[in-house]
Structures are given as C-alpha cells and as structure tokens.
Design a protein around this ligand. Structure first.
Ligand code: ADP
Length: 253
C-alpha cells in the first residue's frame, strides 16, 4: 500500500462543539509517521462547519447558514492543520472539491495533476467539499462518498475512514450489546446499503450507510476500504504501519 486516503469525520474532530486540538494533533502525528514510511497520504477532513460555529452562532438547521459557517470555518480549520503539520516540518494544502468536479474527466485530471505535484513534494493535500457550491456533505454524507471518489480517481490503494465507531458490526452496536464486529467484509447486500440512517448529532449526517455505500463503490472498482476508530488510533496505526490488523473492518474482495 503506497497511496492512502484518510477520511476523518466531524464526530471525531469535534468535541463540545469545537475542533479537538488533541485529536487533530494525534491524526497529524499519525500522518507524519506514515510519511516516514514512504506512504503518500491524502486527507479528507470535515470540521469546517463546527469551526465556523465557534466564531458565529448561526442556526445550523438552515442549510445556507451551514454553508456560511463552512465558509467561515474552512480557513480556520486549515490554519489549525498548518500549525500542527508545521510542528513536523510538513506542509499541507487545501483542495475544495464537489462530487460534480469528479464527474468531469477534465476537472478530475486537473485536480489529479495538482495532487501528484503536491504528493511528489511531500505536501499533504487536505480535501473537503466546497460547501458553498455543493451541499451534499451538509445534507448527507459527511464526506464519506466524496472520500471514496477521491480514493478511486486519485489512484489510492485504500480508503481509511476514521469514525466514531471502531468497525462495522452485524447490527448497530450502540443499540445492541451483543453486536459482533466484522473483521473483514466483502460486497454488501442491498438492504444494508439502503437502510434508514439517523444522524446522531447536529454536526454529522453520515451514519454507517454512507460508509457502506463508499465501501461498495470501492469494492466494485477493485479497491479496498478500512473502517476504524478515530478516537483511538492504535488500530489504524498497527494496520498501516506494522501490517497487523488488531481491530477495525477491512472491506475487500
Ligand atoms: P462519523 O461521524 O464518525 O463519520 P457516524 O456517527 O455518522 O460516523 O456513523 C457511525 C455510526 O453509525 C456509529 O456510531 C453507530 O451508532 C452507527 N451504526 C449503525 N449501524 C451500525 C453498524 N452495523 N456497525 C457500526 N456502526 C453502526
């Protein structure tokens, strides 16, 4: 595995309505150690809306307000990343994309060229949805789908989703104590890809279904996906650095 897309959701990055500096620092430290092992990392990060909300309290139930909050928060989020990567003498960069950019061959190629130059120069591309021209992330998805498309179009070997859950279970582990985690999973059935999902806080709208849809898309396109905890990075560290799977779910066929 050489090129890895890591997606971090707003649940993981946010604590008490603010970006958690500790969690961001752990994530950046992980990315720095992956770079030391010659891996190329593309980060897909949510968190712009919650960053913006720390500066201006707009009602988040109204989508245009969320767009405005994302516009306020995105530069703040990047500033935090720049500061954290700076501690490792690393540069990061911002790429704002919409799903429709990736529908266009020409625009995908343009973005890919820029990403290749960034990666060749050891700069971390940090991708987010451009919330002012597209609202998919704000309405549903929390970047799960965007990150799958990023992994596919920019030739990653695997997508890693760092979530508030440490894997994919046979039923919702927050509702059922006897839920069992899948260590590996292949193609998903229709039901698991369409079941109703309930967002479990005001910042995140994804839920497990959008992660499963991302997994399915990647499996159909010959790629893999790994779902692991973003709160405790030990599973993802041992998987990516030592090549040992202790926890998390590996989707592959
Ligand atoms: P994030 O914000 O980390 O991207 P979400 O909170 O939106 O992720 O989605 C993950 C949530 O999906 C879990 O916290 C869990 O409550 C719920 N969930 C529902 N069914 C399952 C399942 N079968 N396996 C794992 N999580 C599930």
């Amino acid at each position: 595995m050489k090129r890895i897309v890591i997606k971090v959701g707003s649940h993981v990055l946010t604590e008490n309505g603010k970006i958690s500096k500790d969690r961001m620092a752990s994530l950046v430290e992980l990315i720095a150690s992956l770079q030391h092992t010659n891996k190329e990392i593309i980060l897909v990060s949510s968190g712009a809306v919650s960053s913006g909300y720390t500066q201006l309290k707009l009602d988040k139930s109204f989508i245009p307000n969320k767009q405005a909050l994302a516009a306020i928060g995105q530069p703040l989020l990047l500033r935090m990343y720049q500061e954290k990567f700076g501690k490792f003498n690393m540069l990061c960069s911002q790429i704002l994309l919409t799903a429709s950019d990736l529908d266009s061959r020409k625009r995908t190629e343009h973005a890919k060229q820029a990403i290749e130059v960034l990666l060749a120069n050891k700069v971390i591309p940090i991708i987010n949805e451009n919330d002012v021209t597209a609202t998919e992330e704000l309405v549903f998805g929390d970047n799960d789908r965007l990150s799958a498309h990023v992994a596919y179009h920019f030739d990653a070997d695997i997508l890693v989703i760092l979530s508030d859950i440490d894997g994919y279970y046979d039923k919702d582990p927050r509702k059922f104590v006897d839920a069992i985690v899948f260590k590996e999973h292949g193609f998903l059935d229709k039901k698991s890809l369409t079941s109703e999902h309930t967002p479990n806080n005001e910042f995140a709208t994804g839920g497990i279904v959008t992660k499963l849809q991302s997994a399915q898309f990647l499996l159909e396109n010959g790629k893999a996906m790994f779902l692991a905890s973003g709160f405790d990075l030990s599973d993802i560290k041992s998987f990516l650095i030592d090549g040992i799977q202790r926890g998390g779910t590996l989707f592959r066929v």
